[in-house]
Design a protein around this ligand. Structure first.
Ligand code: CXF
Ligand code: ZN
Length: 361
């Protein structure tokens, strides 16, 4: 089974022929069709997040169920599925209280030292138990969500990360209300979804902030009412000026300490900053001690605070109704072998989202 393997941080991905295990209890073997190229993968490639090497990245993925392990009932062979990067147990306190995105309970007996993938006799880990940059994945079936026949697997893959993450940050985490003012730092795959969800939520002002001019152009197409080029002007000042003193919601969709702090500064008294990007684990986000008096909120958002079985079908319905643009997010399609070029292009900021065609339907 062909997979792109990350052997160490700051090295290119290498194509390798891996052995894949049979699905065990609670697992499914899924044939990967489409995988999105996400900044979170890049964090592992660049080493800003630690990985268990060798490792197969890829977490924005859709495919077709090929085999089921014992006890799996939520999907069937032949189902076309989103391969979610959180696999909720359905029974813990988080799941039970409507926060399955935070579930950390293992749903299979597979241990990290006995992964489903091996290269010779070497164990190979899978990012988020998915490892989507591979022709096949054995993963916990509880993370699989069947999609309707009229949804393409490209769209399904994107719902698996960037769309759910961005839409959910607005609707679930921040609960943006009609008439709100919003600033979004970073107009990439996640940022554009924050922008279009804010538009759907009825935000009256949506200020997109980025350093790449052509991404700001795309941001306008997705619903930004104003744009700020942070490479040319002081972004905090510009947002404060445009919004008349600060926004109700500042979203950070890059994953940096500095931009997280900027999102906080952009929020007005009583406002909220939502950190959606993967800020490196050792970084500290610093905010003014005046937080108490200004009644500001600094909040994290993981996987759009998703309730998967409610939110993902809803997102697909909004897509069908033409209210969420998912096709327009994909600015390039790559062959699997072109994966390193795909990441080079992501780094350069030239594309919003690109997808790898790993298999066919
Ligand atoms: C990431 C977060 C860490 C695990 C994989 C996915 N989020 C989105 O890109
Ligand atoms: Zn992602």
């Amino acid at each position: 089974m062909k997979a792109a393997v990350l052997n160490a941080a700051q090295t290119p991905l290498e194509m390798a022929d891996l052995t894949i295990d049979e699905p065990g209890a609670g697992e499914a073997l899924v044939r990967v069709v489409t995988a999105g190229v996400c900044h979170s993968d890049l964090h592992f490639i660049e080493g800003t997040y630690p990985g268990r090497y060798p490792m197969v990245l890829g977490h924005e993925v859709a495919g077709i169920v090929e085999e089921l392990g014992p006890g799996v009932t939520n999907v069937a062979k032949g189902d076309r599925v989103i391969m979610g990067f959180v696999q909720p147990c359905g029974h813990c306190n988080y799941c039970d209280s409507g926060r399955p995105n935070l579930c950390g309970t293992p749903t299979t007996a597979r241990r990290p030292d006995q992964p489903a993938l091996t290269l010779g006799d070497q164990p190979v880990s899978q990012m988020a138990n998915v490892g989507g940059f591979a022709e096949q994945s054995v993963m916990p079936a509880s993370g699989l969500l069947k999609i309707p026949d009229d949804i393409s697997l490209d769209v399904a893959a994107l719902v698996g990360c960037s769309v759910m993450t961005g839409y959910g940050a607005v609707v679930n985490t921040a609960k943006v209300e009609p008439g709100s003012s919003v600033a979004v730092i970073g107009a990439g795959g996640v940022g554009l979804n924050i922008i279009q969800a804010a538009r759907l939520a009825g935000a009256s002002q949506i200020i997109a902030v980025d350093m790449v001019e052509h991404k700001l152009g795309i941001a306008k197409d997705f619903g930004a009412t104003d744009t700020v080029n942070a490479g040319e002007t002081d972004a905090i000042q510009a947002v404060q000026q445009l919004s008349g003193g600060g926004v109700d919601f500042g979203f950070e969709a890059i994953g940096l300490k500095a931009t997280s702090e900027q999102a906080y500064e952009m929020a007005k008294r009583g406002g909220m900053a939502v950190v959606v990007g993967m800020v490196p684990p050792m970084e500290k986000i610093e905010v003014s001690g005046m937080i108490w008096m200004q009644e500001k909120t600094l909040k994290g958002s993981f996987y759009g605070s998703a309730r998967f079985h409610t939110d993902m079908p809803r997102i697909l319905e909004l897509y069908k109704q033409g209210k969420l643009d998912i096709d327009g997010l994909v600015t390039k399609r790559w062959e699997f072998d072109e994966i390193n070029e795909a990441f080079d292009m992501l780094k350069s900021g030239e594309v919003a989202r690109s997808v790898l065609a790993i298999g066919s339907e």
